[in-house]
Design a protein. Structure first.
Length: 73
């Protein structure tokens, strides 16, 4: 799992909590800040997922390539 996924999930969770706290106390500024932080966390998490997918694709290609060439001598 990519570190961006972990950090993104943490930011998303903190943002959600901050947004919710803003709703509870009726503070629109805190609510908006929480929403922004939550969205940034989601974006970072998505970036980490994309990096994981690229890494998985790259590793499966190299494994596939190794297998296909091992029988040809």
């Amino acid at each position: 799992m990519d570190k961006d996924r972990v950090k993104g999930k943490a930011k998303e969770s903190l943002g959600r909590a901050k947004r919710q706290a803003g709703e509870w106390v009726g503070d629109p500024k805190t609510q908006a800040q929480g929403s922004v932080q939550e969205l940034k966390g989601r974006a970072q998490n998505a970036f980490g997922k994309a990096k994981d997918a690229a890494r998985d694709t790259s590793s499966s290609r190299s494994t596939h390539s190794t297998r296909s060439h091992s029988g040809r001598h």
